[in-house]
Design a binder for this molecule. Structure first.
Ligand SMILES: Cc1cc2nc3c(=O)[nH]c(=O)nc-3n(C[C@H](O)[C@H](O)[C@H](O)COP(=O)(O)O)c2cc1C
Length: 196
């Protein structure tokens, strides 16, 4: 499959993302998020991409988790999509910033109640003595909110990654894959092809 020529990487991203939604058997929005500590030690994990547009790529998490703390100390991050059904990979790099409270509130309100309670109950990435500790927390917050609306926890929000680099990788015969990179330079996307 050849990579479509376009000056705007978001157009190509959308084309591939929409295609993955049709072909992936599970979670086409799942993406690896790589962060690094202040000292440069990298770490990676999966998140779900919840929104993207010209302003960037949005995912949600606990701000006191390992990724949350790392991103608040060092805002540079990378996203990696790999769609096995398409044999395609997209790498995206850039700087993240916290989304606005209004945007986070609106998304949090759209989640199902169990996930809302879970966001309060889980001290994400902190040690716990056992599953019972989590279940106690769930019971506590279920009782606290009763039948009323569940507010967004203050340490739960979204990050928006503003891309300054993309790489689109498409599987080729004999490992002669296609690679096209886009880098943001002087207010323009500059494209280049790379050897596989
Ligand atoms: C497919 C998949 C999607 C996930 N989506 C999210 C997500 O959107 N947000 C999140 O905080 N964790 C998500 N997780 C869990 C993370 O991978 C990770 O275990 C957790 O956030 C703690 O990471 P940290 O300790 O590096 O902060 C997901 C895991 C998988 C396997």
């Amino acid at each position: 499959m050849a990579i479509t020529n376009t000056d705007n990487p978001l157009v190509l991203f959308q084309e591939w993302f929409d295609r993955a939604a049709e072909t992936e058997i599970n979670e086409p929005t799942a993406v690896t998020l790589a962060t690094a500590s202040n000292t440069g030690r990298p770490s990676a994990r999966m998140v779900l991409l919840k929104h993207y547009d010209d302003h960037g790529f949005v995912f949600y998490t606990n701000l006191d988790s390992r990724k949350g703390l790392e991103l608040r100390g060092n805002p540079f991050a990378a996203l990696l999509f790999h769609w096995k059904s398409l044999k395609r990979q997209i790498r995206i790099e850039g700087r993240v910033e916290l989304i606005s409270d209004d945007e986070a509130d609106a998304y949090f309100a759209s989640r199902d109640r169990g996930s809302q309670i879970g966001a309060w109950a889980s001290d994400q990435s902190r040690p716990m003595t056992g599953r019972f500790e989590l279940e106690k927390q769930i019971a506590k917050f279920t009782a606290k909110f009763g039948v009323g609306a569940v507010a967004r926890p203050p340490n739960w929000s979204g990050f928006r990654l503003h891309p300054d680099a993309f790489e689109f990788w498409d599987d080729g015969m004999f490992r002669l894959h296609e690679r096209i990179v886009y880098t943001w330079q002087d207010d323009n996307w500059v494209t280049a092809r790379l050897f596989p």
